[in-house]
Write a protein that binds this ligand. Structure first.
Ligand code: ADE
Length: 244
């Protein structure tokens, strides 16, 4: 018998809970939820405010444009969802992730590490000018960016990260080999794929794929993956990408 981890729990903290109304109800994530592999809960930060106006943000000390997410509702949410805001006392397998452009770049090894090592992930969606730095200092275990561009909030990044993690959970994909064939899983891009019809508007599927010689097909796929990687992402081959 192989070891089988029953469930991962993902809690998303956001000031826009409606953003997530349907986004986790499709494809692999939906299947993983229905199979009990993952539970995803969306929490409105305003639910953790205690003031009459349910304020989640305030002006930035020192002056400047924009609003900063206040620490109190986020600390209260973490205490409610984890049981403590003392990072050293988080249960094993607990990760509090801040989505922000200042974070570590999300690459496949980061998703793999979270899929393999985390049991309870809390995603904090930043907003506006930022989040009070005491949240990072005291609560956050991982700050992650999905790319070198600035989104108006962490919500799309939370969706991207959740998808990248959940599809790697054992049994989520429904096939043992699919995830290991992904782009990046071996530091290279994926090879091209074709389906029927073999002939379409004058464009044919490469002959080798139709002939059933598995060794030749494997060789062709490796070669195409290499060509694609060299032309689109030479940085992956030159080892310029650290953790891929
Ligand atoms: N919030 C705003 N921009 C972001 C990015 N690039 N990655 C993650 N969270 C973000």
């Amino acid at each position: 018998m192989t070891a089988f981890r029953l469930a991962m729990r993902i809690d998303v903290l956001t000031i826009f809970p409606e953003f997530f109304t349907q986004v986790f109800d499709f494809g692999i994530i939906r299947r993983a939820k229905l199979a009990g592999i993952v539970g995803i809960n969306i929490h409105d930060l305003r639910e953790f405010t205690t003031d009459r106006h349910r304020m989640v943000d305030d002006r930035t000390f020192g002056g400047g444009d924009g609003m900063v997410l206040k620490p109190e509702p986020i600390f209260a949410a973490i205490e409610n969802l984890i049981g403590t805001s003392d990072r050293a006392s988080y249960p094993a397998g607990t990760r509090v992730v801040m989505l922000s452009p200042q974070g570590r770049p999300l690459r496949q090894p980061v998703a793999k590490e979270l899929a393999a090592g985390a049991e309870h992930i809390l995603l904090i969606c930043g907003r506006y000018e930022g989040v009070d730095e005491r949240v990072n200092d005291a609560l956050v275990t991982d700050e992650i960016s999905i790319g070198d561009y600035v989104l108006s909030g962490g919500e799309p990044a939370a969706v991207v990260l959740t998808d990248a993690i959940v599809r790697l959970l054992p049994a989520a994909l429904g096939s043992d080999t699919s995830a290991s064939n992904d782009s990046f899983s071996d530091g290279m891009l994926d090879c091209p794929h074709y389906t029927r019809p073999a002939e379409f508007r004058g464009m044919s599927v490469p002959q080798v794929l139709l002939e059933g010689n598995h060794a030749e097909i494997e060789k062709w796929r490796r070669q195409k993956a290499m060509e694609k990687t060299r032309s689109a992402r030479a940085d992956l081959l030159n080892g310029e990408n650290g953790d891929t």
